[in-house]
Design a protein around this ligand. Sequence first.
Ligand code: CP
Length: 333
Amino acid sequence: MSPTMQSIPTHLKGRDWLMTQDWSVDEINTALDTADQLKTEFRSGVPTLHLPHKTAFLIFFDKSTRTRNSFEAGITQLGGHAHFIDSETSQIAHGESPKDMGIILSSYGHGIMIRHDLVPGEGQTYMRDVAQWADIPIINMQCDVDHPCQTLADLMTIREEFGKDLSELKIAVSWAYAPSYVKPMSVPQGLIMLMTRFGMNVTLAHPPEYTLMDEPMRLAHENAAQSGGKFEVVDSMEEAFADADIVYPKSWGVEALFSNPDEAMKVAEQYRSWICDEAMMARARDSAIYMHCLPADRGCEVTDAVIDGPQSRVYPEAENRLHTAKALMALTM
Ligand code: CP
């Protein structure tokens, strides 16, 4: 007899996923356990038709590879269908309000996913405005403050590597140089908020201009105090990497310069030496893993030897975007 799909917990139906901070640790563990289950089923060829005939609306104010495709493939595998909505080619570009989007899309389908990450002060506010009027779940596919789908997949990847007890593990979240574009602040902010809730020792490193937003920093300190973990900030990648179990070096922008990319790149140019190479990796534990949400600027944020090397986990991390996206949809929609 062929294996059949396992049931999915129902107590999170209707919930929004706007910041990891909105869910309890128990609820996040439920999402991770569900993602583990869906990954096993996917790899075994077991159908996962938990959302037959349901519709997910994916609204993008920015580009994407992993997020768009993990949600589109994921809803298909759950038995539903996705509509891709580009903010530039929908009436959002003519000023259609978050209220209209929330009310109207709620009358057409079962979940609204939003990426709005490029303007500090806007994305999370927009999502909460849509959520106020929608009566279907809203999922944050990356905003100015948090990237909770990415960090959930990161946490899944870390659990696969180190097990479920993450206390005492050291993660180094470091700024790195990238010339391709001014990258959002939401991944490092999401990491410091989420990993501190699981008792980890989180060290954040960045040049002086690259401070993170006040609220994620406040929450990271508060979470570490509550979980028994640690949160500290240093000013060098070298110091952050010392004895780390997990290193997560990536670029982000200066909060005040997102509207001025030329000026932002001039600031970044001063810090070309902030690259994760083999010498930098040697500062971490021999067993340390390298993570990056992707896309990475090869040769700038990280050398090929590291990202393609034995300590890199970027492809399992990217794969886990699918399983965690499916878990969030199956649990909430
Ligand atoms: N990591 C991530 O969110 O990738 P995309 O920008 O390609 O969606």
